[in-house]
Design a protein around this ligand. Sequence first.
Ligand code: AOS
Ligand code: ZN
Ligand code: ZN
Ligand code: ZN
Length: 427
Amino acid sequence: MIITKDQINDLNQNASAEQAEHFGFLKLALDKKGIDADEIVSKLADFQVAIPSWALGSGGTRFGRFSIGGEPTNLEQKLDDIGLLHALTQTAGAVSLHIPWDIPSDAAGIKQRADSHGIVFDAVNSNTFQDQNEQAQTYKYGSLADRQAAVREQAVAHNVEVIRYGKMLDSKSLTVWLADGASFPGQNNFRQSLQNTQKSLQEIYAELPSDWRMFIEYKPYEPSFYSTVIQDWGTSLLLAEGCGEKAFCLVDLGHHLPNTNIEQIVATLIMKGKLGGFHFNDSKYGDDDLTVGSIKPYQLFLIFNELVYGMNHNDANNPPLAWMIDASHNIKDPLEDLIQSLEAIQLAYAQALLVDTPALQAAQAESDVVLGQEILQDAYRTDVRPLIREARLKREGAIDPIAIYRKMKVRENLIKERGLKTVATGL
Ligand code: AOS
Ligand code: ZN
Ligand code: ZN
Ligand code: ZN
């Protein structure tokens, strides 16, 4: 199934008068504050987020998995699904591939398919947290950190292979997330694990093409429950600095212990020019991988506030960030869930673009605590939905993507095409 611009334009008709009215009203209000609504709309229209190839099917927990039907069963179909998302939202113009779940055996064909949907290839992800068939060594006790040289060599070789696939697709970055760690005290020597990891990462880094970047993701626990080798942003930064200027930290919003101040981490990493990218999701307890903005939308706004500030005050030349979603859907239609996530990201970005930074800096200089808070909350409490809808309209996307998705019976059509009993590779 494909969704054409004509179909979207037709279905937008019902909502277009109301949108024009809401946008006009907001534009006037922003104008009075000296903010150019059209400029914000263009920034929003340009903002693209990568969809993970592993999040297009129904996920699950260790207690069960409930298929929704019509799920993509190969990479071609996954790209088609992202094509649908992109047609509706005009925000999903990239994909982040996971090897070996999504090996592009016919790279030229895959690239062409992605092109036809207006999709580019963002970071490629390696996988040394699962054993694959025909693999000589096991990752049961570790991969890049493992005590055995043969295991580390296999894990390094896999990452180099992932870079090779990425090159075929014009991807420009590699994301490394490691499950390495220990489940019990006494299992590993902390220093040896960290040193092995650094050395292995340096070996991968040596194979990185000159215009590529390497993203090092951190996570405090799971699947190891006593210690994780790359447990936090500090460890990730240490390792990135130990590799070189093409290595960066990757912040996954779910990879923090409860109440961690993520926006402060973002500010610090941009200040060091070492923030590479994001895995967006939301969580209440741990790495819950819930819909972006579903639990802590104010935190998401504060994070975007630091990102926007960082992009405008980029003394350390932090390169443009890789924006990616990393989520999993147990009970929702994955495509509807991703539409909600994309919307939440755009909302937070739009709100952050409204922050009156000079006024905030003045309030900070005066130690006017109340005013500082007021300035942030004024931006956060603005209903920016008309700006996001306008950005989508500008690119001939849907004013209301979920409504159109449902009106066009996308899931029903996918089930007709692909069947009801489908399993997609992924988490
Ligand atoms: C794991 O917890 C990390 O978030 C990874 O980024 C990702 O979910 C995994 O690599 C799946 O590919
Ligand atoms: Zn992640
Ligand atoms: Zn995760
Ligand atoms: Zn996660």
